[in-house]
Design a protein around this ligand. Structure first.
Ligand SMILES: [Cu+2]
Length: 271
């Protein structure tokens, strides 16, 4: 008895340590709520459908466990011998069909909104390369490459002697982040210059394949300012893990300033 209490106490301590550890936040299982209109909608749908599935699972497995226990062999259970039951068949066909349709309607509405890139206030063409991203603000003549930042790049080399833990945002930092204004509908034209990549920012609920010769469209409208990070989500070769994405959502004024600064060197060159 005493030994059992000891084991229980140790297990409780271990669990408590596990759940209170700061590292626990890295093990978040659910998808992020995100910061865009669509990401919140996707999260809401995901939770709704998850709970529908939970209720169905509880009912189905509950009935199964009940039947296993109640009609077990040791109780000398006798099976019924009927072969057809129209009422039961109608019920177990129509109820799942109704549930599926009820889930499909809001999901289809969201899908239509996800694909609707009209009325955007800004268009960015994104091109994936082995192993960096190229961004082209096609209405404003601003374009640049965005690569893994120097610090991460140095630390990732074999035998660099640099502790990755000491590098802030290791493998998730770039030299030139994408900058967009808050609340603006940003249309994305996604393509690639060599092999297939995928532009993925979880907080925006955007993951779009970048395919050579094709242009895929997507959009987002971030309603919060901040720095949001993503990665290439399509295995594209040796350095697939080293082409992160950083998007800075800023106020309209900051965006205008950034745009003016960015456009300057191009003008000087042209002159
Ligand atoms: Cu890639």
């Amino acid at each position: 008895m005493k030994r059992n209490t000891g084991v229980l106490a140790a297990a409780a301590t271990l669990l408590a340590a596990l759940f209170s550890s700061p590292a626990w936040s890295d093990w978040q299982l659910n998808m992020p709520v995100g910061v865009t209109t669509i990401s919140r909608e996707v999260y809401g749908l995901h939770m709704l459908i998850l709970w529908v599935c939970v209720v169905i699972s509880v009912l189905v497995y509950g009935a199964m466990v009940y039947a296993i226990v109640k009609f077990r062999k040791s109780k000398d259970a006798q099976p019924s011998r009927f072969t057809h039951n129209t009422k039961a068949e109608v019920l177990w066909t129509s109820i799942p069909a109704i549930i599926l349709i009820a889930m499909a309607i809001p999901a289809a509405e969201s899908l239509v909104r996800i694909e609707d890139t009209t009325e955007s206030s800004l268009t960015i063409k994104i091109t994936g390369y082995q192993w960096r991203w190229h961004y082209d603000y096609i209405d404003d003549g601003v374009q640049f490459f965005s690569s893994l930042d120097r610090e991460s790049n140095a630390a990732r080399r074999r035998g660099s002697g640099i502790d990755p833990e000491s590098v802030p945002n290791y493998l998730l930092e770039v030299d030139n982040p994408v900058v967009v204004p808050v609340d603006a509908k940003v249309r994305l034209l996604v393509t690639a210059g060599d092999v297939v990549h995928s532009w993925w920012v979880p907080d925006f609920a955007v993951k779009k394949d970048a395919i050579p010769g094709y242009i895929n469209e997507s959009w987002f409208q971030a309603t919060e300012e901040g720095t949001f990070r993503g990665q290439c989500a399509e295995l594209c070769g040796m350095d697939h893990g080293f082409m992160p994405i950083v998007v800075e959502v800023v106020s309209q004024e900051e965006y205008d300033e950034w745009l003016a600064e960015r456009a300057q060197p191009a003008l000087t060159l042209a002159e």
